[in-house]
Write a protein that binds this ligand. Structure first.
Ligand code: SAH
Length: 474
């Protein structure tokens, strides 16, 4: 170990940052978070530090660096862009017995500033001893993504309960067993403040712990990087996951290996698990006290039947939570370069389905067929031609722009750009397959210019010219 890690109480202690630029600002901000009284010695303050000064959070010692500014400081950080000045600060601080850090110059440092994962009072400091700062940052980011914010409240709570636990459990092994029971297993990453409080109260009263709520979790449109942190924490801590066909393999790879996986979707040629059966399974697993995750593509409450499952859980008096996911509409739009709203082109967003409604009723086409609307049709393939024809029949021009995105957000994403007239033909020619989403509206034509992800959009030759013509008209 080249450096000995310590956590230093700097509350209200005078510390000095030498330098006025953005690096100095970053260091000053980190010190401010610990409650230190930060002075900045610099001829000029950059905009970030000026902001801190105006907010009354730092003091400014103006003028060129001179040794006197070190007087009374308990810690110094040299962060100017001039190595010579930094080294002078280091020499003079050391001579005055004040620990010093020179940014990016470990050989001149008495101490280094680690990357911090702050779940105060729990703190994790990561350092590579100045040798591989990028690696330290990477590890920090990795930890940030995996450690829930609620660790703060957990740590606070454990601090408050310490005395009581000591009273109740006389010996150290007993106390240790008690804490370990609380913290054991993967659920540590799932504890949120509210649940912690409940669990602790129950334990303190000697009551049995309430079963964990069933989690209805959105897995997003396929790209595992588009999972929410909460979704990741839940799938890494569950006992059983009931998942749909739309949940990608890469996402299933992130599920806790010991968890039971129950496929309740429909694969090509396979049989659909009836909704009633899915609900029955959810209740069964939950009643066994297991941590149940119901994992759905996109968002659980958008064409995901999450509402029905939530209702079944309420009827059975089983607690649940809902973790939203990025729905196909916004995932596909973002990755196809289609702004769903745009000041100049669209201010109403309609999310609907291409399927005929279960009650047999039709869309109100004249409401949908408006130039200011962006229309997003989920499950559009069956009815693609008829949707486009209806929109044209109810007021939109036949050369109104439309896009079909298949396997959006995934490396295999394809975007077909056309018009109400050409898109069904284009989709057929190109063999567009599920999952696909249809977007209709002026904004879809922007994908030609704004696409940034995956293969460039497929545009029928005359489509571009026609879209331009539509723009010219409006
Ligand atoms: N709950 C999901 C929707 C489930 S319905 C969500 O919020 O996204 C299934 C339909 O969603 C598919 O038929 C398709 O229209 C759309 N869809 C889901 N993922 C998609 C993807 N990656 N690319 C294109 N369409 C997708």
């Amino acid at each position: 170990m080249d450096w000995y890690p310590v956590f230093w109480n700097l509350r209200d202690r005078p510390v000095l940052v030498v330098g006025g630029g953005s690096v100095a600002a970053r260091k000053a901000r980190a010190l401010l978070r610990s409650g230190a009284a930060v002075s900045v010695a610099a001829e000029r303050l950059g905009s970030e530090l000026r902001g801190e000064l105006e907010a009354g959070r730092i003091a400014h010692l103006a003028g060129a660096y001179a040794g006197e500014v070190l007087h009374g400081q308990c810690l110094v950080v040299a962060a100017t862009d001039d190595a010579e000045t930094n080294h002078r600060v280091a020499g003079e601080a050391r001579a005055a017995g004040i620990p010093v850090n020179v940014v990016d110059d470990p050989q001149y440092c008495d101490f280094i500033l680690p990357a911090i994962v702050d779940r105060s009072p729990l703190l994790i400091a990561v350092s590579s001893g100045g040798r591989a700062p990028m690696l330290a940052r990477h590890v920090k980011t990795w930890l940030e993504a995996r450690l829930p914010r609620s660790l703060s409240s957990l740590a606070e709570l454990m601090g408050r309960l310490r005395g009581r636990v000591k009273e109740r459990f006389a010996t150290l092994p007993e106390r240790r067993a008690f804490w370990e029971r609380m913290l054991g297993g993967p659920e540590l990453t799932q504890i949120d403040g509210h649940r912690v409080r409940e669990a602790w109260r129950d334990l303190a009263l000697g009551a049995t712990q309430a079963p964990p709520p069933v989690a209805l979790v959105g897995a997003g449109p396929g790209d595992p990087d588009l999972l929410t942190l909460k979704a990741l924490q839940l799938i890494q801590g569950c006992d059983v996951v009931l998942y749909d066909a739309l949940v990608s393999e890469q996402i299933m790879d992130l599920v806790r290996p010991e968890a039971e996986r129950v496929f309740v979707g429909k694969r090509a040629g396979g049989v659909h698990t009836p909704q009633g059966e899915i609900q029955r399974l959810l209740l069964d697993y939950a009643r066994r006290g297991l941590r149940v995750v119901r994992l759905k593509g996109g968002d659980p409450m958008i064409f995901g039947r999450g509402g029905e499952e939530a209702e079944a859980l309420v009827r059975a008096d089983i607690a649940f939570e809902v973790v939203p996911g990025i729905s196909a509409a916004n995932g596909c739009a973002a990755c196809a370069g289609i702004p769903l709203t745009h000041r100049e082109h669209a201010y109403t967003l309609v999310i609907t389905s291409g399927y005929v409604h279960p009650d047999g009723s039709e869309h109100d086409w004249s409401v949908l067929a408006k130039p200011q609307n962006t229309l997003v049709f989920y499950m559009p393939l069956h009815e693609l031609a008829s949707i486009c024809a209806q929109l044209a029949a109810h007021g939109l021009p036949v050369d109104w722009p439309a896009a079909l995105v298949t396997e959006g957000t995934q490396p295999s994403q394809r975007v077909l750009l056309g018009t109400l007239e050409s898109l069904p033909r284009l989709a057929e020619e190109r063999g567009a397959a599920s999952p696909a989403i249809l977007m209709v509206g002026k904004v879809t034509a922007l994908a030609e210019r704004l696409h940034w992800f995956g293969a460039p959009p497929v545009v029928e030759d005359e489509t571009s010219a026609r879209c331009e013509a539509v723009y010219a008209l409006l």
